[in-house]
Design a protein around this ligand. Structure first.
Ligand SMILES: Cc1cc2nc3c(=O)[nH]c(=O)nc-3n(C[C@H](O)[C@H](O)[C@H](O)COP(=O)(O)O)c2cc1C
Length: 144
């Protein structure tokens, strides 16, 4: 693999951060928390993972905001990921945003995350060690 790997994410209650860390660790990627870090300037040949939880059926405002002013090289390889309580409906939204910027979205990954909107009763213990293992495999598949 020629380029660099970036894992760009937002995580309001910490679940997606765990997945982002597993992805970055698995493929030597640079973690970028959009609520804290500036977005990187990508080069052709780089790979970018973009992920979030889902809040009211959408990605967070923080991530949508950050992505809205981000330019990507045409055809850059991208993959989307996330955690959810009921349904990962943020993924198609993220996918469309990236495609509209000319990225090639090659894969997607989602797992349950403990849901604090439902008082932490749903998704206890998630993402689990098995979820994180599946996330690492996903990362390797994308980067290969
Ligand atoms: C305010 C709020 C709204 C949520 N809305 C949804 C939703 O619409 N659909 C869903 O599947 N999960 C929903 N969830 C569950 C989160 O997507 C889930 O817990 C996810 O793992 C959170 O990711 P994070 O910890 O990285 O922020 C919601 C959680 C919160 C706190």
């Amino acid at each position: 693999m020629a380029g660099k790997v970036y894992v760009v994410y937002a995580s309001l209650t910490g679940n997606t951060r765990k997945v982002a860390q597993a992805l970055a660790e698995s493929v030597g990627g640079v973690l970028v928390d959009v609520r804290r870090d500036p977005l990187p300037r990508l080069e052709p040949g780089d790979v970018v993972f973009v992920g979030d939880g889902v809040y009211g059926g959408r990605p967070s405002r923080a991530l949508r905001r950050a992505l809205s002013s981000w330019d990507l090289p045409q055809g850059v390889k991208a993959a989307v990921f996330g955690t959810y309580g009921g349904r990962p409906s943020q993924l198609p939204v993220l996918e469309r945003i990236l495609q509209a910027k000319g990225a090639q979205v090659v894969d997607r990954f989602a797992c349950l995350g403990r849901d604090w909107f439902l008082l932490g009763l749903v998704g206890r213990g998630r993402p689990s060690p098995q979820d994180l293992e599946a996330a690492r495999n996903f990362a390797q598949r994308v980067v290969r």
